[in-house]
Design a protein around this ligand. Structure first.
Ligand code: ARG
Length: 266
């Protein structure tokens, strides 16, 4: 993973340099003091450390890695900032951006109307959705219609918790770390887990050896956005940088590194 991370970083740097040399209309490289790497402004990025494959600790290297980590690194480079990561629990990230404690939040965070009251988001960068999953061999839960009266585990403060509250009569068990929700399902203490599709899929394939299986259709469409405190001047800068790297292929390269295929329709 470390190697992937370095490669993605290297790619984004190379592309950044090529763009700076070749582009006559390049207006980001020589903005004010951004030309000197040592006097770049440092922005704090709040993220999580347990959300595969977006942000998690690589077991071998101990490094924070993932799609979000590579993405925000490339964006900061494009926008001319240094970044420093701080990891905390997901609901703390949402609250910490709302209160202005951090400059940027990236954590597979779904853009919702409710959050938009407290937080500003960039344009969407990933299209997710929620999916129900059970322990392999479970035969009485085939879709979300079967969860009433069952114990369904998820993560505290997530859109899945909200969905369960609004749309079902399940007994909800919300954990501060999603791994606990999966472990409860594996141990038979919870009947199902509801969470974001890419995380469930990645966990099921890479970490749970297929012992957790998804059931039913993807529920809801959820777009992930990068979060900024309300009124932050950095939102537009990072949003523009996102447009740039979507156009020049850097985004697709990073996406392919983590998801094994290029995104549709960028
Ligand atoms: N997309 C969901 C939400 O925004 C879950 C995100 C969880 N992210 C994380 N880093 N734990 O509520």
């Amino acid at each position: 993973m470390k190697r992937k991370f370095l490669m993605a970083l290297f790619f984004s740097l190379v592309i950044g340099v090529l763009a700076a040399c070749g582009g006559s209309d390049d207006d980001t490289a020589d903005d004010g003091d951004a030309t000197e790497s040592d006097d770049k402004e440092v922005l704090t990025v709040a993220t999580d450390n347990g959300y595969v494959p977006f942000e998690f600790i690589d077991e071998e290297s101990g490094d924070l890695v993932g799609f979000d980590i590579d993405l925000i690194t490339a964006l900061a480079d494009e926008a001319g900032y240094e970044i420093e990561f701080e990891t905390l629990e997901f609901d703390g990230i949402v609250a910490g951006i709302g209160s202005g404690r951090f400059d940027i939040g990236i954590a597979g965070m779904t853009i919702t109307e409710e959050r938009k009251e407290e937080i500003d988001f960039t344009q969407p960068y990933y299209e997710a959705g929620l999916i129900l999953a059970v322990k392999d061999g479970t035969d009485d839960i085939e879709s979300i219609d079967d969860v009433d009266g069952k114990t369904v585990a998820t993560r505290t403060g997530s859109t899945s918790q909200q969905y369960l509250e609004d749309e079902t009569d399940a007994d909800i068990e919300a954990f501060p770390a999603i791994i606990e929700a999966y472990q409860n399902v594996l141990a038979g203490r919870a009947d199902a887990v509801l969470y974001d599709l890419p995380n469930v899929q990645y966990y099921s394939e890479k970490d749970a050896d297929g012992e957790i299986v998804t059931v039913g259709d993807k529920l809801t469409g959820e777009d992930y956005g990068i979060a900024f405190p309300k009124g932050s001047e950095h939102r537009d800068e990072f949003d523009e940088a996102l447009t740039t790297i979507k156009d020049n292929g850097t985004f697709d390269d990073i996406y392919e590194e983590w998801f094994g295929e290029r995104p549709e329709g960028n």
